[in-house]
Write a protein that binds this ligand. Structure first.
Ligand code: BGC
Ligand code: NOJ
Length: 834
């Protein structure tokens, strides 16, 4: 069953009924001011950091689930009937409803009693504010008298504090209200702007504003006055009465609500613009008059004035559309499969941008207060994003590297605001450092920008510790070499990519964090997953080292040449064959007692997905058929119609020696759900052994667009990947959870574009090496790579995967299109599969 449809032409998903199985959300903003917005206008906004600069309040796990947002209430002056054009929070049945989630904007259009409301929410480029552009149309034959109310609830900035520290918070709230009475100065935005300035009197130099383009009939800034005692957002008293209270918040719960009285003639369209924004003043210019607590508004007023103009709003919206068009036009594919085209060309790329921006911080499943930016998360997100805005990827890489520890290890997370690592969720996840190598390689391959390897970057943000980025990568590899276990496999540390495989934790205390507890010495438990990743990392280092060898900064540290990494990869491969191969598939790990996991010797958890994917990606067993054997075992034991589960059989009980993984009921999360992030590793592995049919089959199983028709089972948004889909051991097999912020976005993008379609950046040029399904006759693609447009046409001549490449009419050996001469704009490529 569907709850909407894709409008690919407009790059939108159109939701046609408000009661979707879960809130189906979108994101506003691209670099500093961000908003989450649901299909019924729920959600919240923040500036840069979802925890420390939260503008509006949102209560997670509320009932109903999605209450609190960017609300507009309409009250019909004739009948006194009240409704919300976004359905929530009033939930009055609408005569028509449509929500269009697009690239960086959401448009909700509905009609009731002859009044059509069309609201477009977006954050203009380079702005720290969001626009609510509301158009009201009177489609009645008679004049309409409408009371319009806006409503947001302000958060007191630190979202953690905001939801816990009430003995203080109920006293600190402060606002500056609109000055309704000032005469002869009708245009002045001060008459229609609400300022939220809690804690501005002391150490904050930032405040929020909520402005409106219309003359106000009233306003409210105190929640209790607006809602009325014992009432909720679904029936505010002020709205019911058709009159605001002009309330001023002193502590308690500051809100922002404008009240407008509109008279619309038949057919008349009235446009009202609201702006919700964030503004900072220099510390010594905070106040209007020295000694006062009144905000100095000199620099904010021009910002507000500018965007209250409809013409400027229109331009800002066109600029946003243009921005996204340009970004997405960098890579367009036209394959025989509509779900692939739509995900690659629109939604998957878009989701990559969002995960790049948010990491795992703020979604409808991540509260924005629990997790900062993850080290391994951000590095992997970057791999799907780097071609979109390479400059931002570069900056992010350097930020991440600057949090690296001098022993090559990593903090698991860092704060986007301070850009510093924090220990709240620990460190010692021994896979973490390697993702920096993979991400750097992806960046350099895309851009050709070798200079990033020379950049001087500190460790742990400590001045004086700067070393070239290349040395950071060397230390990442060394970190593993310094931590080998009894089988010469990498020690797992706190956990590896699978955060919940906590082999040294042994936690018996309820509520104790699996992420920070270690009760064993940690010198025995080993990870085959890290071993596979280590080889991938070494393969990248071989290439990077040969490019870096002539760098001017090479003398600053001990440089290891490519041969070093080749040798270390070989040693690791040997260790895997000796202790990591179970006979039919790769083992997963060794526990703290030196016993294997992911082995036929185990009763549960006999086979795990991660090492099958990563080891084959690293090329292991390709020559002698073991790779094929491992992937056949995946097919037989892990594949389901809803995707590939993480392990099998699921753990039925909590096991002290395994940690969090066994804390989940069977079929959920890391305990044998379809943990989508790891599926593309198997897709890629299948392409490595040439099985395009299987790779694509797995791709389709979790492709959200391909699952749209079963939305009542899948339940999450059909336009973005979710982290997990309940596995075959779960009673709700097929149900997705944790949509949006997942490494799945980036890895699926990489799997489909670079391995199945086979269009892959390399240091020496764009490589085209498709491994596609049997029944495809070919496909076409346009890819901008290092400033040149590549027009690629793939034609299948047989069922084999060998390639004949013709570049601008010339047959070329191999599958890499050489970098064309300077000044070339366009390259035409014909790829024949023979
Ligand atoms: C989740 C993991 C997550 C970890 C760290 C666990 O509860 O299942 O997916 O990585 O917490 O926040
Ligand atoms: C989600 C985390 O964000 C990611 O870092 C981790 O690899 C997966 N969970 C698997 O546990």
């Amino acid at each position: 069953m569907r709850f909407g449809f894709f409008d690919d032409q407009s790059r939108e998903y159109v939701i046609t009924r408000p009661d979707t199985p879960l809130p189906w959300i979108n994101y506003l903003g691209k670099d500093s001011f961000f908003g989450l917005i649901s299909n019924t206008a729920g959600g919240y906004s923040f500036y840069k950091d979802a925890r420390l600069r939260r503008l509006t309040r949102y209560r997670y796990n509320n009932a109903p689930l999605d209450m609190g947002g960017r609300y507009i209430y309409l009250r019909d002056g004739d009948s006194s009937e009240v409704w919300s054009p976004s359905w929530m929070p009033v939930r009055k049945t609408l005569d028509s409803y449509e929500c269009r989630h697009g690239m960086g904007y959401t448009n909700i259009r509905s009609k009731k009693n002859g009044i059509t409301t069309n609201t477009r929410y977006f954050v203009p480029l380079n702005s720290a504010l969001e626009v609510w552009d509301v158009a009201l149309t009177n489609e009645r034959d008679a004049e309409a008298q409408l009371d319009v109310f806006s409503a947001v609830e302000f958060a007191l900035w630190d979202a953690w504090d905001d939801s816990t520290n009430f003995q203080r918070n109920f006293n600190t709230g402060e606002v500056e209200a609109p000055i309704l009475s000032r005469e002869g100065d009708q245009e002045d935005v001060l008459q229609s702007t609400i300022f939220h300035k809690t804690e501005y009197r002391e150490r904050r130099n930032h405040f929020a504003f909520f402005a409106c383009s219309e003359t106000l009939a009233g306003f409210d800034t105190e929640r209790n006055a607006f809602l009325g005692p014992y009432r909720g957002w679904d029936n505010p008293l002020a709205v019911e009465n058709g009159q605001s209270c002009n309330s001023i918040a002193h502590g308690w719960q500051p809100i922002g609500s404008h009240h407008l009285k509109l008279h619309l003639k038949p057919g008349e369209v009235k446009r009202v613009i609201f702006l919700l924004g964030y503004h900072e003043n220099p510390t010594d210019e905070k106040f209007d008059l020295p000694g006062s607590n009144t905000i100095n508004k000199a620099s904010v007023l021009p910002v507000i004035r500018e965007l209250l103009s409809p013409a400027r709003v229109d331009t800002a919206f066109s600029e946003l559309r243009e921005y996204w068009k340009e970004l997405l036009d960098k890579f367009i594919v036209c394959t025989p499969d509509a779900d692939t085209n739509r995900m690659v060309n629109i939604w998957n790329a878009y989701q990559c941008m969002i995960t790049f921006n948010m990491s795992r911080s703020a979604s409808y499943f991540e509260s924005g207060i629990g997790r900062g930016m993850g080290f391994r998360d951000s590095t992997q997100d970057l791999m799907g994003f780097v071609h979109i805005v390479p400059e931002r990827a570069r900056e992010r890489l350097l930020d991440l590297a600057a949090t690296q520890l001098s022993n090559g290890g990593a903090f698991h997370q860092y704060s986007p605001l301070t850009k510093r690592g924090n220990n709240d969720v620990g460190s010692g996840f021994n896979d973490d450092p390697h993702w920096l190598v993979l991400a750097t390689a992806a960046y350099v391959k895309e851009t050709g920008d070798l200079s990033i390897l020379d950049e001087m970057v500190p460790y742990e943000n400590q001045p004086g510790t700067e070393m070239p980025l290349f040395e950071h990568l060397q230390r990442a590899v060394q970190h593993t070499l310094d931590r080998l276990g009894p089988h010469q496999l990498p020690l797992i540390g706190r956990a590896d990519w699978n955060d919940c495989l906590n082999l040294n934790c042994f936690s018996e205390t309820p509520g104790q964090s699996f992420q920070t507890t270690t009760n064993r010495d940690g010198n025995t438990a080993e990870s085959v997953m890290i071993a596979g990743l280590f080889i991938l990392s070494c393969q990248e280092m071989v290439e990077l080292a040969s490019l870096f060898v002539s760098s001017p900064v090479k003398e600053k540290f001990v440089f290891f040449d490519p041969a070093f990494y080749t040798e270390k990869a070989k040693d690791m491969e040997q260790a895997i064959w000796q202790a990591g191969w179970d006979g039919e598939w790769f083992r997963r790990a060794y526990d703290a007692f030196g016993e294997p996991l992911g082995s036929h010797l185990n009763e549960e958890g006999q086979i795990f997905i991660e090492p099958q994917g990563l080891c084959v990606m690293a090329g292991l067993g390709v020559a002698d058929g073991k790779a094929r054997q491992a992937l056949d075992a995946v097919r037989e034991r892990l594949a389901t119609p809803h995707g590939i589960v993480l392990l099998n059989p699921a753990y039925s009980c909590y096991q002290l020696r395994l940690g969090e993984i066994s804390s989940y009921p069977p079929g959920y999360k890391e305990n044998a759900s379809v943990f989508c992030h790891s599926n593309p590793w198997v897709m890629i592995a299948e392409t490595v052994i040439g099985r395009g049919e299987r790779a694509f089959d797995y791709y389709k199983r979790i492709n959200p667009s391909a699952r749209e028709a079963i939305s009542e089972i899948h339940r999450c948004e059909p336009y973005v990947y979710a982290q997990t889909i309940a596995g075959k051991d779960a009673p709700t097999h097929g149900e997705a959870k944790n949509s949006w912020l997942t490494g799945t976005a980036s890895w699926n993008y990489v799997a489909i574009t670079q391995y199945i379609l086979g269009i892959k950046p390399t240091y020496n040029g764009l490589s085209v090496n498709p491994v596609i399904p049997d029944d495809w006759e070919g496909f076409e693609a346009k890819r901008i790579f290092r400033g040149v447009v590549y027009k690629i046409k793939v034609e299948r001549r047989s069922l084999l995967n060998s390639i004949r490449l013709t570049v601008d009419g010339q047959i070329i050996e191999g599958c890499i299109i050489p970098i064309p001469p300077e000044g070339t704009r366009e390259v035409n490529v014909l790829v024949e599969l023979k």
